[in-house]
Design a protein. Structure first.
Lengths: 371, 205
């Protein structure tokens, strides 16, 4: 599977662009702010129906215009697939496969699996548990299209249960039968999501450790575990036990919406005790494990998007990463960098051909002939 | 918009309050009315006034009606032991269009959704329980949309009725793809009422 052609219209700072891509390594080079990362984000849209960086769709529309459109032509299972995503101000996002609009976006997610490695990934270590849930949810939903449905339903039931808890405390009227219904619905969907996350982590953990050892040369001991209250107690019992606290705090205090991942370095929390270098190795190992996992589940290679990694990574990690890339484990790759010379040098060293596109603000693109 | 007449402006303002009507459309509608004979416009405004002041909600089923009790509830040929529970009057109209249902209705006036501030006490659920307790009803059919809120409401009503001597059934759902009853075509809807199944065996664990 690879992306053969990408076209943009009014997407962020790019008024119009159309590029033909190489099935192997593509590099977008240019100054900061030229819009290199926007091209990666456009590819992210085509694969996962949303931006990697900004959850607000309307903010992707170029200033002073009314809509954006991103189109891609993929080759998948020896067939051409045309994917198109467009958004007009104040209207619903349109997402089409071969000109036919999707009824559920969940049906699209996973057709074109993708892994993005970006400097913003540090939020997975540094920010709250939501970032880490998002990380595993993004992977699982690419291999199981009922997963996203379950998650949406769970969040809706949760929001209703929380509103009800608030109303109970405001009005003093308590109707146990309605709360019981939300509990039942929460338990049914929550238990199912828990089962899928647990099963995922059992496979993902060892894959992660393999990549981490490769990057750090076995010198460091990193830990990755799934952390959920449901590991120790079934959800129904948990809800019953926290019922009083929930009513006092007017929100649901237990459930899979509180799940987290624990990251350790030599047995200590990574966030606090990991050096910057250790954290970077950890993040890359997480992303490469995501790649291996998707490859294994899908049976074909995901797209790999590397945003600005040569500026942010030191030589040792870059070289390891490039060795893996050149070992033919990877399919189509997209890289952004400020320096065309650096890109050409790095890929020359590992003897891998690369197609370079110069990106300049406004005009977006000039094409270097593919090799 | 600058108006040459205050009367014109006020009429446009009123039309623009309607859902989906912008000021441009409002102006077009008002100018259209101005071109019609006076008697016709009077008929129009009289119909709106009497709609608001004259309409009643049937005190048995809560359907919109001209009388205290609606035509469906008073019709002699209808089976008053069979009650179909729906969300709003549009569902009554959709089911009536199938010409396949001979029972009566109970209009809830919405579905349970605490997120939108709608709890069971905001809906006509207490009167439903009273109707069933009165004893004439042998079967209730739950015909609510296949959404999370529809499910919650069905569970809730089931809990309130399950200990009373009444059969509880549900229409085959999933026919309404993520949507509301009124969008289902008449044949499918008629069939799904005819082939309704006991509620417990389908949806409860
Ligand atoms: Zn009536």
């Amino acid at each position: 599977m690879y992306l053969r052609k990408l076209s943009l219209l009014n997407f962020k700072n790019c008024a119009e662009a159309e590029i033909t891509l190489s099935p192997t390594v593509n590099a977008f080079t240019g100054d900061n702010g030229a819009g290199k990362t926007n091209l990666l984000d456009a590819i992210h849209y085509l694969a996962l129906c949303k931006s990697y960086f900004n959850p607000v769709d309307t903010q992707q529309i170029m200033q002073g215009t009314e809509f954006f459109m991103v189109q891609g032509i993929f080759e998948r299972a020896e067939k051409e697939e045309q994917i198109s995503c467009s958004l007009k101000k104040n209207q619903k996002k349109q997402f089409k496969r071969n000109k036919k609009e999707y009824e559920r976006l969940a049906d699209h997610i996973g057709l074109f699996p993708l892994v993005m490695i970006s400097p913003y990934d540090t939020s997975i270590i540094m920010e709250g548990s939501e970032e880490r849930r998002r990380f595993i949810d993004t992977i699982i939903s690419q291999t199981d299209n009922r997963y996203l449905d379950g998650l949406i339903l769970y969040n809706k039931v949760l929001a209703n249960r929380n509103s009800l808890l608030k109303q109970i405390s405001e009005t003093g009227r308590y109707d146990p039968s309605l709360l019981e219904i939300y509990d039942d619905q929460l338990v049914e969907t929550g238990q199912r999501i828990f089962g899928k996350r647990k099963k995922f982590m059992e496979t993902f953990g060892p894959v992660f450790r393999k990549h981490y050892e490769y990057i750090t040369g076995k010198a460091e001991d990193a830990g990755l575990t799934y952390d959920s209250a449901l590991l120790h107690e079934d959800f129904a019992g948990l809800l019953k036990r926290s019922a009083e606290r929930d009513r006092a705090l007017e929100r649901t205090t237990a459930g899979i919406h509180r799940d987290d991942l624990t990251f350790l370095i030599h047995g200590m929390p990574m966030k606090k005790f990991g050096s910057q270098g250790q954290q970077k190795s950890f993040l890359i190992a997480l992303k490469l494990a995501q790649y291996s996992y998707l490859l294994d589940q899908k049976g074909f290679k995901p797209l790999l998007l590397l945003d600005d990694i040569f500026d942010k990574l030191d030589d040792k990690r870059t070289r390891k990463l490039m060795q893996m890339v050149s070992a033919d484990d990877f399919g189509q790759i997209f890289i952004t960098d400020t320096s065309r010379q650096r890109i050409e040098r790095i890929f020359d060293e590992i003897n891998v051909p690369v197609t370079v596109f110069d990106i300049a603000a406004g005009s977006c693109i000039s094409h270097d002939e593919p090799r | 918009m600058n108006f040459s007449s205050r009367l014109l402006e006020s009429a446009v303002d009123e039309f623009a309050r309607l859902p989906g009507v912008g000021r441009k459309t409002a102006l077009r509608l008002v100018l259209h009315l101005l071109n019609r004979p006076e008697a016709e416009v009077e008929r129009f405004s009289l119909s709106m006034t009497s709609l608001r002041s004259g309409i009643r909600f049937c005190k048995v089923c809560h359907n919109i009606s001209d009388q205290l009790v609606c035509g469906i509830c008073t019709a002699t040929r209808r089976d008053r032991s069979l009650v179909c529970i729906v969300e709003d009057i549009r569902d009554v109209m959709a089911i009536e269009n199938t010409n396949q249902y001979q029972g009566v209705y109970h209009v809830l006036g919405g579905v349970i959704s605490p997120m939108d501030g709608i709890g069971p006490s905001d809906l006509n659920i207490a009167t439903l329980v009273e109707r069933v307790q009165a004893g004439e009803i042998k079967e209730v059919i739950l015909a609510l949309s296949a959404t999370m809120e529809g499910d919650t409401t069905i569970f809730y009503i089931y809990k309130k009725l399950k200990d009373l001597p009444v059969r509880i059934s549900a229409i085959a759902r999933g026919i309404a793809f993520g949507g509301e009853l009124e969008y289902v075509d008449e044949i499918t809807l008629g069939r799904s009422i005819a082939t309704r199944v006991p509620y417990e065996s389908t949806l409860m664990k």
